[in-house]
Design a protein around this ligand. Structure first.
Ligand SMILES: [Fe+2]
Length: 458
């Protein structure tokens, strides 16, 4: 491990250039706040950089923050932060240079190069929290679940409860384990992190996923409600925790409660933030499938989607925007949106998949259920490349099941319902739930039978 004794070091002993010991303390606290989803960190970073204009990693972090917002229109600003970092590169450490490379590759759309730089950092400096959280966070949106787990496994062994920020390493570990189906281990890591900080939202989120996948919906609801009075102290990520609470309520048939959460917490404003659009559109679709009249609630999502058409980098957002636009827009606007997505910003597989999923949503809404199914069914497993969790990706299956139900193709409905749960067990208890659900699936013969089984996973 390279050492540079002339530089100040962060709380984990990693050298930082362009910053003094007092400023390092501000940086350490800032990094902790960022990964605890504390609002207002952008302003604090700006102030820190005014005081420490040669702080290389600070400029990189500003670039990362802009890129994390997920808008193509933010790339110009991110490039500005990159240029500033590059002017300081001659005095930077090898680790900092790799961060600059990661940012440059990210802005240029070279995701393999970006991930490779972060992986190199955590390989050489496994206590680099910034690289670890950026890597595991962005792999979430490319569907690289195994790679996420690998990164967590290789990193965790270099940490211990005595190392500052230990809890922040556990959350991504718990989440990666959960997505790999290792629910018991995921639960243990998430609970360890929550013992350190009861409002560590990423760990609470991993725990919510465990409850969702194992059908422990009452526990999930209770766990989130325990902290609900504090949730709105956090930044916009909180909306996704509210979304999980809505799912737990829906699974118990508490549909009014879930709808109230959409209004008050999940989408209270016309937000263009990608996660807000995903959460709201997904929740409203699921509620409609349960027979709820959601009124004019699609309008604001549609307006926000139109405003940011073609601007979202996180392509899992696209089918959700399509859900909203297909319900509210005139034909010309909808076609313009579909053309924008079909043209894409590149000819990548992900852009092609996002455009197809969007088209399927539009077909579904115009009651062309056969065409919606024709588009989605052959690509249903490829769609994982658009990222997101298994719980979020379930929306594709919900649309397919409802389309096949509308067509009275109940053999296909049953097959889709089986596929949706087949791999989701770990314990004997899970297995018993799967068997019971498989038996229920065997007798599905109406649209309402199918909708009832879509409420929860298990
Ligand atoms: Fe989630």
């Amino acid at each position: 491990m390279p050492l540079d004794t002339a530089l100040s070091t962060d709380v984990r002993g990693l050298p930082l250039s362009g910053i003094n010991d007092d400023q390092v303390q501000i940086y350490d606290a800032l990094l902790t706040d960022i990964y605890h989803y504390v609002p207002g960190t952008a302003g604090l970073l700006e102030t820190l950089l005014e005081d420490a204009p040669e702080f290389v990693l600070g400029h990189v972090l500003r670039g990362y923050s802009v890129m994390t917002d997920g808008f193509k229109s933010g790339e110009g600003a991110a490039r500005g932060h990159l240029q500033r970092a590059k002017t300081l590169i001659s005095g930077a450490t090898e680790r900092e240079k790799l961060h600059v490379t990661a940012l440059e590759n990210w802005i240029n759309g070279n995701f393999a190069g970006r991930n490779g730089a972060w992986e190199e950092i955590i390989s050489q400096w496994p206590r680099d929290l910034l690289a670890y959280r950026q890597l595991t966070g962005t792999l979430f949106w490319s569907g690289d679940k195994k790679r996420q787990l690998t990164a967590a496994l290789q990193t965790l062994q270099h940490w211990s409860p005595e190392v500052a920020g230990y809890g922040l390493v556990l959350g991504p570990m718990a989440f990666a384990l959960e997505e790999a189906g290792h629910y018991a281990k995921a639960e243990a890591y998430a609970k360890d992190a929550l013992d350190i900080n009861p409002t560590d939202l990423w760990s609470l989120h991993a725990l919510a996923h465990v409850f969702e996948m194992q059908g422990r919906v009452k526990e999930g609801e209770a766990r989130i409600e325990e902290v609900q009075d504090r949730l709105n102290d956090f930044n916009l990520f909180r909306g996704h925790i509210w979304w999980h609470l809505a799912l737990f309520k829906m699974a118990q048939g508490k549909l009014d409660g879930a709808l109230a959460l959409v209004d008050k917490q999940i989408y209270p404003n016309s937000s263009t933030f990608y996660l807000d659009i995903q959460n709201a559109a997904s929740a409203l679709s699921r509620l409609e499938f349960q027979g709820v009249d959601v009124g004019d609630r699609w309008n604001r999502i549609s307006e926000a989607s139109e405003k940011t058409l073609g601007d979202h980098n996180i392509l899992f957002t696209v089918p959700h925007q399509a859900m909203a636009l297909a319900r509210t827009s005139d034909e010309a606007s909808l076609n313009r949106a579909l053309q924008t997505w079909a043209a894409g910003s590149d000819d990548s597989t992900e852009s092609r998949l996002a455009a197809k999923a969007a088209e399927a949503m539009a077909k579904f809404q115009s009651k062309n259920y056969a065409q919606a199914l024709e588009i989605l069914y052959p690509i249903r497993f490829e769609l994982a490349a658009l990222g997101a969790s298994h719980a979020q990706q379930d929306i594709y299956f919900q649309y397919m099941v409802m389309a096949a139900s509308e067509l009275s193709e109940f053999s296909k409905v049953r097959n889709l319902l089986r596929e949706r749960i087949a791999a989701r067990f770990e314990t004997e208890d899970d297995f018993a739930k799967i068997k019971a659900k498989m038996t229920a699936i065997d007798s599905v013969s109406t649209k309402s039978d199918a909708a009832a089984l879509l409420r929860g996973v298990l």
